[in-house]
Design a protein around this ligand. Structure first.
Ligand code: GLP
Length: 240
């Protein structure tokens, strides 16, 4: 049975707290959880809550394993706009997770195809993702799965759309500095996650969220595939 739960958060803090509570419950119930994690501005508050609760001693990440959705092609782990840097800075260095248990695609791997297939292999060897946290881009992308003619299944290298480059240029000096490609987890690992939590913040995401949740399921709106997931929770603030 398909089951979509939609929670209207009262504000950004409420959205972050609710998402963090679901992740905490997952980790408490299964300390060996495999978490799929997202970047972007939306989950920052969620990560801040997890850090707070871990430091209070209420959460233990010592046996948790994580896989991030994506990484820009060409950015090293030290690059401040890279997603490995973002994760280290906003979460991993502030909780008791083992660094070797955290995975972010290597944006500077020499052999991208091998990097992508190893990423999928590692996830499937662990039995898949227990809980996947997602954000959504203005064009409906999840991870960096951009609007396309078909849903791409595996981890792959993708050309970013002009819209994504423009949207993400706020984190760079200018749009020219935004990498044109990224490595992203494909739809298979995302959809095979046992639970998915989608966090959405802001009026500017209202139109795309509506299309994704209630419009036709199409690779032109990548997030629309989530309608087919059996355990999806959407936590939205100002976007419903
Ligand atoms: C990037 C990430 C996505 C994220 C999206 C939205 O493109 N690859 O995983 O969901 O940005 O970001 P924000 O939350 O800042 O709107």
């Amino acid at each position: 049975m398909l089951f979509m739960k939609i929670i209207k958060a009262t504000d950004y803090n409420d959205m972050s707290k609710k998402a963090a509570m679901i992740i905490s419950a997952q980790v408490v119930l299964n300390p060996h959880s495999v978490l799929g994690l997202a970047t972007g501005s939306t989950p920052l508050g969620t990560y801040a809550k997890l850090v707070e609760w871990c430091n209070k001693g209420d959460l233990d990440f010592s046996d948790v394993i994580t896989f991030n959705l994506d990484e820009y092609r060409g950015l090293t782990s030290e690059h401040e706009q890279g997603y490995r840097y973002y994760m280290n800075n906003n979460l991993f260095s502030k909780i008791n997770i083992k660094p070797e248990n955290t995975h972010v695609p290597n944006g500077v791997a020499n052999n991208i195809e091998e990097e992508c297939s190893n990423y999928d292999k590692q996830i499937s060897e662990l039995g898949g993702i227990s809980l996947q946290l997602l954000g959504i881009g203005h064009d409906g992308h999840i991870g960096f799965n951009e609007p396309a003619e078909y849903f791409e299944k595996s981890t792959h290298c993708v050309n970013l759309t002009e819209e994504t480059i423009k949207a993400n240029s706020r984190f760079f000096e200018n749009a020219d500095m935004v990498p044109k490609q990224a490595i992203t987890m494909g739809m298979k690992s995302i959809m095979q996650a046992k639970k998915i939590v989608l966090v959405v913040n802001g009026k500017d995401k209202k139109e795309i969220l509506n299309k994704a949740l209630f419009g036709p399921i199409t690779p032109k709106v990548p997030a629309s595939i989530l309608q087919l997931h059996p355990d999806l929770t959407v936590i939205a603030c100002d976007a419903l």
